[in-house]
Ligand binder design. Structure first.
Ligand SMILES: Nc1ncnc2c1ncn2[C@@H]1O[C@H](COP(=O)(O)OP(=O)(O)O)[C@@H](O)[C@H]1O
Ligand SMILES: [Mg+2]
Length: 296
């Protein structure tokens, strides 16, 4: 078989050690599989549109490790084969779109209500809708910015005063309001799926008062053996969204009910590697290679 070539697309502005480590893992894995993988940033590619168009037929695939959806769509329109595809990245990037997709697929998530759209010029000039929201969701209530990662844009509000302050602070960012799953306070499960298969899982827990289990904000991790139901749900999320690979976060609902918290198209895999020694970068490239071979 001919040697495969691909472009690893990363974000121009995210180049801290934490990100560099992931990029290196992909480049190392490419060597392992004899794939010519070249790293490019979204800025490099966008600023040379001519070359972007011309080179479309010259690589076999794009490992799209960015969330620049406009670039992803542009590349697909030029004929590049993206992993993950632009639609799947877009759905995961916005927690309200993820909710919609999973709802359509009949996958259980915490009860969720979308914020009414507003604009930077007016913000929430009227907050009368809050009374109706309170009839559907109790305090404490989870408020999430639709675009956010590492738990940084996820909040727990205890009363109306805190909710109004959060609205003021975040406007006009789109939000989702969500039922707080008390049984899961400070704990969740991360399941790494690649090619419709569960390859690794970890239990994340916070040993502080924080209700968020994200590792970047102090959460701890342990290896975890998921149940068949948890694995089936994680894979179903990927199928519903059209993902080749993802990190699916699950919550522990009442009476053992499994609820999906969110789905990450570009899940950082360093922690799951440290926890389980499963190298997602390598498995992602293996999946791409197998997938392309099947398509020929
Ligand atoms: N509805 C909820 N009830 C209880 N805990 C939640 C809920 N939603 C999120 N969490 C906690 O907050 C963390 C961050 O939320 P998540 O939606 O995964 O956002 P992020 O994209 O920032 O990781 C989760 O890993 C989980 O521990
Ligand atoms: Mg998460």
């Amino acid at each position: 078989m001919k040697r495969l070539s691909g472009i690893l697309v990363v974000n121009h502005f995210l180049n801290t050690v934490k990100y560099q480590e992931l990029y290196e893992k992909f480049l190392d894995a490419a060597k392992e599989y004899s794939i010519d993988l070249v790293m490019k940033t979204n800025a490099d590619l966008l600023m040379d549109m001519e070359a972007l168009k011309e080179n479309a037929g010259k690589v076999d695939f794009v490992l799209f490790w960015d969330k620049d959806i406009r670039l992803a769509q542009l590349m697909e329109s030029f004929g590049y084969r993206l992993f993950n595809n632009s639609k799947a990245v877009e759905i995961c990037d916005d927690k309200s779109y993820t909710y919609l997709k999973l709802l359509e697929a009949g996958i259980s998530m915490p009860k969720t209500i979308f914020s009414p759209k507003t604009f930077g010029t007016v913000k929430y000039a009227k907050t009368d809708f809050v009374a109706q929201l309170e009839q559907q969701l109790d305090y404490p209530m989870v408020v999430k910015e639709c675009y956010g990662s590492f738990g940084m844009q996820v909040y727990l509000v205890k009363n109306r005063k805190e909710l109004l302050a959060k609205l003021e602070e975040t406007a006009p960012e789109p939000l989702i309001f969500q039922e707080f799953i008390e049984e899961s306070a400070g704990r969740d499960v991360r399941i790494q799926v690649i090619g419709d298969e569960v390859v690794a899982s970890m239990y994340r827990y916070s040993d502080s008062e924080d209700f968020r289990a994200n590792l970047s904000i102090g959460g701890k991790m342990k290896a975890y053996t998921p149940s068949q139901e948890e694995m089936d749900i994680a894979v179903a999320c990927c199928k519903a969204i059209g993902l080749d690979f993802a990190g699916v976060d699950l919550l522990f609902g009442k009476d053992g009910k499994v609820l999906v918290c969110e789905v990450n198209s570009n899940a950082h895999f360093k922690n799951i590697y440290d926890c389980t020694k499963v190298n997602a970068a390598s498995l992602i490239l293996e999946h791409i290679k197998n997938r392309l071979a099947k398509e020929q």
